[in-house]
Design a protein around this ligand. Structure first.
Ligand code: GLU
Length: 310
């Protein structure tokens, strides 16, 4: 394991103060009513080193809805369950250049979603787990808990219900996929698992820990457990870099230069291979659905530490 730098706490405090200046310029997601109630003033950041070191700032130990960040965990589990050959026949690996919940691209590309992180691709990945396991949600929770080295991670059922009640667009995508022959399990079952995976509640510290295996060649350094091969970790990181922030991914790579996954709950989890896993949370989003102050914080972190993958 690589030794990492000195105490990052003062740096994270400085980044929090600077990044907070972006608060007020974005909008908390309100298409899932249970998310609309979250205070825009929340800001947390956690940096976990592959050597077990941890540095936090602000609300790093408050739970929030991980939303699309969950797609990284389902992808890893689906690859494990069905294997990469089978999964990559059903979903692509290219950036979408479209909104995360777009239906247009899926229609024009005959049901082959561009990547596993847009909603259409994520529904196919969730279907791969749902169709092949008896308790897909429990399997997924177990997998997230192992990644995070923490047993009490839970699903916020209120958020899951709230999204289900307003999930017409995701239901439309799932039905379109079904009509195109790229969904095996019943639409309702896939959607139910999908809403619950998105409603997993975690803190910045939990998420940074859960992304540590991606920073350390597939091993969770806290428990020593090997969770995926180094090749799989590398490939997931590559997908984060090219597809992790929807159609904001190019600008994020330009500004930050670190593989990452965002969620509409305002979280962004990021990986600096061989060194750190990072999570930042600030609920206000930009027009593409990515955390505004969170992006700024990661940009500052990369700049001040001179750590990016480039
Ligand atoms: N549950 C959200 C949806 O499907 C996830 C979107 C996101 O976090 O980007 O709309």
């Amino acid at each position: 394991m690589t030794a990492v730098e000195t105490d990052l706490t003062p740096l994270l405090d400085e980044i929090e103060a600077e990044a907070r200046k972006s608060i007020g310029r974005g909008k908390v997601a309100d298409y899932i009513p249970a998310l609309a109630r979250i205070s825009p003033e929340r800001f947390g950041m956690a940096v976990c080193g592959v050597d077990g070191s941890e540095y936090v700032a602000g609300d790093a130990d408050i739970c929030f809805s991980i939303q699309s960040i969950s797609k990284v965990f389902t992808l890893e589990l689906a690859l494990k369950i069905v294997g990469s050959n089978a999964l990559w026949k059903r979903v692509g690996r290219e950036p979408s250049g479209n909104a995360f919940n777009s239906l247009v691209q899926l229609e024009s590309e005959q049901g082959l979603p561009r990547n596993p992180f847009i909603n259409a691709g994520a529904l196919v990945v969730t279907d791969a787990i749902t169709a092949r396991t008896v308790s897909p949600v429990l399997q997924l929770l177990g997998s997230v808990r192992r990644c995070a080295a923490r047993q009490d991670i839970y699903i916020d059922e209120e958020v899951a219900h709230s999204e289900a009640d307003h999930g017409h667009r995701n239901a439309a995508i799932a039905h379109l996929l079904k009509s195109q022959g790229n969904l095996v399990a019943p639409v309702e079952d896939v959607l139910s698992v999908y809403y619950r995976q998105c409603a997993i509640a975690m803190t910045c510290r939990d998420l940074a820990r859960a992304f540590l295996p991606l920073a350390s060649g597939g091993q969770q350094p806290i428990t020593g457990e090997k969770l995926m091969t180094p090749l799989r970790a590398k490939r997931i990181n590559s997908l984060l870099l090219t597809c992790g922030l929807y159609d904001g991914v190019g600008n994020f790579a330009f500004r930050v230069g670190i593989p990452a996954k965002s969620g509409v709950g305002g979280g962004i989890a990021a990986v600096i291979p061989g060194k750190y896993a990072i999570c930042v949370w600030s609920p206000e989003l930009d027009e593409l659905g990515n955390s505004l102050a969170g992006t700024r914080a990661l940009e500052l972190f990369a700049r001040k530490t001179k750590l990016s993958i480039f």
